[in-house]
Structures are given as structure tokens and as C-alpha cells.
Design a protein around this ligand. Structure first.
Ligand SMILES: C[S@@+](CC[C@H](N)C(=O)[O-])C[C@H]1O[C@@H](n2cnc3c(N)ncnc32)[C@H](O)[C@@H]1O
Length: 418
């Protein structure tokens, strides 16, 4: 008899009874999607993995702690048969057939009446890849096709234009600390769809090279105005391009709201009536120390970390930082934009009682191929910055966490092949 291909379909399971037999790894992998689909899930199994147990405790599924019994599938619309007992699986399969319940079998795809596709998600669309025939099934190949499609849509190498009208506007995208792999999936997708990208000096600049030729890339660092006009010029550029109906991405280093002036840009856009979405990013304040082997907290060492801007010196009247209080904290201090002023900052902390031998690390150009870590103490840091020629951008970490990881690891970012 000829083997016909499987017929793909999307089940709308909200409120409908789905019976899962077996609480092991298969159930653990499949249950989240069934829960997300709103199914009324009954798990029948004497045991369950801790994750499955947690789903039952959270009320996401009903768990009956017993083996499968005839009649369990009577009210089901759909069944997942995945016990470790082949005999029980065969009996349950027969019951499913008798009640006309579509059923997936983890132990025997041939005996199943339904197959689970490899699924992924992209912008509200489910990508489901299904092997069409039992013969020659290769689940890894199916999953690889799914990954290729989803990844391609995310990074823009597969282009699927929207046929609905795109909403013009601005996305303030946190690009992460510099490694192009450390932007969020959402940020990368918006970047792939942009008509105009206004980029900062910091952040994943390598991604700009991947943009198609029609995308206008504006270097915010080169916008010609005096230092204090620059932000206004950036705001105007965002507004003007958005008013022309374009999709504009403001690509920022780290997270837009961590010393990133993201709220100022959002407010300027709101005043101009331009819709704006904000995409969080991985802040350098945590990721750059991490890439150099420094955890900002560590059990038994630091129970807090404080992120401080060091762009004005402690005795500068514009400073909003209470350095005397910071000197009294036992946790980690993370200083951004502090390379120029670290000498005055270290002196002030010591003057207010922080031990002069407190460890300090400076991590320059973290997560990029040029990452470099230099260690010092509060007593020596000013001199070390001079002699080692430490330059911005750098994150400065002050506290005992600096020494917990031992030797600094190599840069986190893999080097491109020769
Ligand atoms: C204007 S702040 C922006 C911070 C950004 N919004 C964030 O969340 O990471 C710029 C400062 O961030 C730090 N910084 C950003 N990226 C860095 C990197 N890759 N390596 C070291 N420091 C970095 C430096 O202290 C730099 O002076």
C-alpha cells in the first residue's frame, strides 16, 4: 500500500482535554506548548520529573499519580503517549484508536496517528516542520530545517515581507555590549526590517555591515553639532525619518535605559506624536565584568551591586552620587564612564573609609575581540590606568568579587576563522 504523506494541521486546544501518559522527559518537553495552547491537561503517571511536578503544583496541569488505565482517553481530544511501559503504550494507542482520539507516541512513530512537528516562533507566526512520511524519518534533519528557517527570519537572511502595512515609527533597541551575538532576538529582527538605522559608537557595530544596501545608516557619533546639541540633533533625525513613514531603529549600546538617554529620546518622540517601542538590551554593567570572569555578585562575598556613572568627578557640583555612602557599602561597585575620573573616585572612596587594598578591575572593550582586563587596587588604580594606558570604553569593578574567579579568561567572543 502506498504511504501517504501526513496532513499538517494546527489544533486549537483551548479548554479541550488533552491526556498525557507518562511524566518523563518527553512530557517535560511537550507540556509547555500544550499549556501555552490553553489545553485542559490531564497527566497520568506514577512519577514525574521535577519540572513536570512543578507544572502540576502551579496548577497548569492536573496530575493523577497512577499508571494508565483503560478509559483514560475517553474524554480526550488529543493524547500524548509517552510512558516507559511499551505494553501500556500499545493499550493506550488501541484505546485512542477506538475513541478516535489523535495520538502521538514517543516510542513508536509508526503506531501513532499524529506526529509532533519541530516548531519555532517568529513574530507571532509558528513555523512547524513535519516529516511527511514514516519511512526515512529523520527528526534531527526536521529540527535543522526549523532552525534554519527561524534563524534566517530572525537575522534577516530570510526575508518574508509583511503584506499588512508596516507601522512606521522608531524602535529604541538596546544592542548589548558589543559582541553582535549579544543583541536580543527582537532587536535583531527590527534591525533587519529597518529603513534607517541611527547607531551609537558603542554597541554591536559589526551588525551594521550586514544590513542591505538600501538601509540608510546614520552614525550618531558623527552628527555635526556641538556636544550639547548632539542629543537634540539625534532626536530630530529620529523624528524626521519617522515622519517620512520609515521604520527607524535607534541602535544603542547596552540597555537604552542604563545611562543611555533612552527616556529622553522616547519623550521627544512622544511629543512629536511618533510611535516608539523600546527593546531592552544586555547592559555592559553586568555583561562586561562577566565576560572578563567577574561575577557582580557571589555567594558569601557580595550581596549587592551598585552601578554608578563616573562621568563627573566626586567633587564636581553636578555630581548626583553620594560617594561617602558608597564607600560604606560592602558589595560591588560597578562604574561606567569612569576611566578619566577613577583617580579622584578611588581617593574619595578611600577617604570615606573604603580599604585602600580593595581589588579593582578595569575591563576595556568587553565582549569584543579587543577585550582587555587590567587589575589594580584602590590605592594603585590611578597609576595603573596611566601605565597600562587603559582607555574608554571600560567598565570598572570595585570589590572582592574581582578576585573570586581567579585568572581572567580569554575574551568571550569567538575569533573569526583565518
Ligand atoms: C553612555 S554609557 C552607556 C551604557 C549602556 N547603555 C549599557 O547599558 O551598557 C557608556 C559606558 O558604558 C560602558 N561600556 C559600554 N560598552 C562597553 C564595552 N563593550 N566594554 C567596556 N565598557 C563598556 C563604558 O563604561 C562606557 O563609557
Amino acid at each position: 500500500m502506498a504511504e501517504h504523506p501526513a496532513y499538517p494541521v494546527g489544533l486549537r486546544l483551548t479548554g479541550r482535554r488533552v491526556v498525557v501518559l507518562g511524566g518523563g522527559q518527553v512530557a517535560q518537553r511537550r507540556l509547555p506548548a500544550l499549556i501555552a495552547a490553553g489545553a485542559d491537561i490531564l497527566l497520568v503517571s506514577p512519577e514525574a520529573t521535577p519540572s513536570v511536578e512543578a507544572m502540576a503544583e502551579a496548577g497548569e496541569i492536573t496530575w493523577e499519580r497512577r499508571p494508565y488505565a483503560d478509559g483514560d482517553l475517553a474524554d480526550a481530544w488529543y493524547a500524548l503517549i509517552a510512558t516507559s511501559d511499551p505494553e501500556a503504550n500499545t493499550q493506550a494507542s488501541a484505546e485512542a484508536e477506538a475513541h478516535r482520539v489523535w495520538c502521538v507516541r514517543s516510542d513508536n512513530a509508526d503506531a501513532a496517528t499524529a506526529w509532533t512537528p519541530a516548531t519555532g516562533y517568529s513574530e507571532g507566526v509558528t513555523v512547524a516542520v513535519l516529516t511527511s512520511r514514516a519511512k526515512g524519518r529523520d527528526p534531527r534533519h526536521t529540527a535543522a530545517i526549523r532552525d534554519a528557517v527561524v534563524e534566517g527570519l530572525r537575522d534577516g537572511t530570510l526575508v518574508a515581507p509583511h503584506h499588512r502595512t508596516r507601522t512606521p515609527g522608531v524602535a529604541l533597541v538596546g544592542g548589548g555590549p558589543g559582541d553582535p551575538d549579544l543583541i536580543t532576538v527582537r532587536g535583531r529582527r527590527l534591525l533587519a526590517e529597518a529603513d534607517v538605522v541611527i547607531a551609537d559608537r558603542l554597541g554591536p557595530r559589526d551588525l551594521l555591515a550586514e544590513l542591505p544596501p538600501h538601509v540608510e545608516v546614520i552614525d550618531a557619533a558623527k552628527i555635526p553639532y556641538g556636544r550639547f546639541m548632539a542629543q537634540e540633533a539625534i532626536n530630530n533625525a529620529l523624528i524626521e525619518h519617522a515622519k517620512q513613514g520609515k521604520s527607524v531603529v535607534r541602535l544603542k549600546g547596552g540597555d537604552p535605559y542604563v545611562f543611555g538617554r533612552g527616556m529622553e529620546e522616547l519623550q521627544a518622540l512622544a511629543e512629536a506624536g511618533i510611535p516608539c517601542t523600546v527593546v531592552p538590551g544586555i547592559s555592559s554593567s553586568i555583561s562586561v565584568p562577566g565576560a572578563a570572569g567577574i561575577p557582580v555578585t557571589h555567594r558569601g562575598v557580595a550581596h549587592e551591586f551598585t552601578v554608578v556613572s563616573g562621568h563627573v568627578a566626586p567633587d564636581d557640583e553636578r555630581s548626583l552620587v553620594d560617594w561617602a555612602s558608597l564607600a560604606g557599602l560592602t558589595g560591588t561597585l560597578v562604574i561606567l564612564m569612569g576611566v578619566d575620573k577613577i583617580g579622584r573616585i578611588a581617593e574619595t572612596l578611600v577617604a570615606h573609609g573604603k580599604p585602600a587594598d580593595t581589588p579593582v578591575a578595569l575591563v576595556q572593550e568587553g565582549t569584543t575581540a579587543a577585550q582587555r582586563r587590567v587589575d589594580a587596587t584602590l590605592a594603585t588604580v590611578a597609576e595603573t590606568v596611566r601605565t597600562q594606558d587603559v582607555k574608554p570604553p571600560a567598565v570598572i569593578v570595585i570589590g572582592e568579587v574581582v578576585t573570586v574567579g581567579g585568572q581572567a579568561p580569554a575574551p568571550a567572543r569567538p575569533q573569526p576563522p583565518e
